[in-house]
Write a protein that binds this ligand. Structure first.
Ligand SMILES: [Zn+2]
Length: 258
């Protein structure tokens, strides 16, 4: 007899009646879980529709379940019944050989999350990245500004008082280049090319990726850090724990080793 049941609002199955005890033990079948088989007019709660001999399994503790003998346990991953000496014990649960790779993978990922300790980049490494980015941006800005200047000079030769306007435009263009470079690179890759070169990246306090808006905010916060003789940057030296510069504190970011 093939049965179907509702799991997370979705139809699951088909399952044989013999699988009822296992699914009950896994918590997938409860008294109010809707089940159905061919011949039934409607879906009905498991407690009402299940055959009499399985009704007992609803409340029966796992130890008295006839499906599990003294040498066997249900796998905590897939729920299958296996001989315990062929399974991997973990705490008070057992994992079958088939689920072992997946389980160990999960464990490794969980362990990485749980340690929560980030490898904060030293001020020297960050300085190196800033120098590389500085050189790169200087070259790009220089070339762009030269081209712009050439274009503007040729169109406004008769009006020398436009020099200031040109200066302002050049400044804004330079800033736009820096702003889009930092926001895009950090928002998309977590690092500018300079940071990539020295293998560091910008993350949130919990090690997650930095959004575009946070990357943009951080760009402006760096102005603040640079304003008073770069004291905002130097703050990273004195933050023994997490090596935060002023802009990292403002935007709640950290710079870590990749
Ligand atoms: Zn398993």
């Amino acid at each position: 007899m093939k049965w179907f049941y509702v799991e997370n609002g979705q139809q699951a199955g088909p399952i044989e009646e013999t699988e009822f005890p296992r699914l009950v033990r896994l918590g997938k079948l409860r008294g109010d879980t809707l089940i159905w088989r061919e011949g039934m007019a409607n879906w009905e709660p498991f407690s009402a529709a299940c055959p009499q001999e399985f009704a007992a399994t609803l409340t029966a503790p796992a130890a008295t379940d006839p499906a599990v003998t003294g040498d066997e346990s249900a796998c905590a991953e897939c729920g299958g019944i296996f001989r315990r000496d062929e399974m991997l014990p973990h705490g008070n649960v057992f994992i079958c050989a088939g689920c072992k790779p997946v389980f160990l993978q999960k464990l490794a990922e969980g362990a990485k999350l749980n340690t929560g300790k980030l490898d904060y980049a030293s001020i020297g490494t960050r300085f190196g990245a800033a120098v590389l980015d500085g050189i790169l941006l200087w070259i790009v800005s220089f070339v762009t500004q030269m081209l712009l200047m050439a274009v503007m000079a040729s169109t406004s030769r008769s009006q020398p008082n436009l020099a200031i306007v040109i200066q302002i435009i050049l400044f804004l263009v330079g800033m736009a280049i820096g702003l889009s470079y930092e926001t895009f690179m950090i928002g998309k890759y977590g690092a500018t090319l300079g940071k990539m070169a020295v293998k560091i990246k910008v993350v949130t306090a919990d090690g997650g990726p930095v959004s575009y808006s946070r990357a943009l905010g951080r760009y402006f916060a760096k102005f603040l850090s640079g304003m008073i003789c770069f004291i905002g940057y130097l703050m990273a030296i004195f933050d023994q724990e997490e090596r935060r510069a002023l802009h990292d504190r403002i935007c709640d970011t950290r710079v870590v080793l990749k």
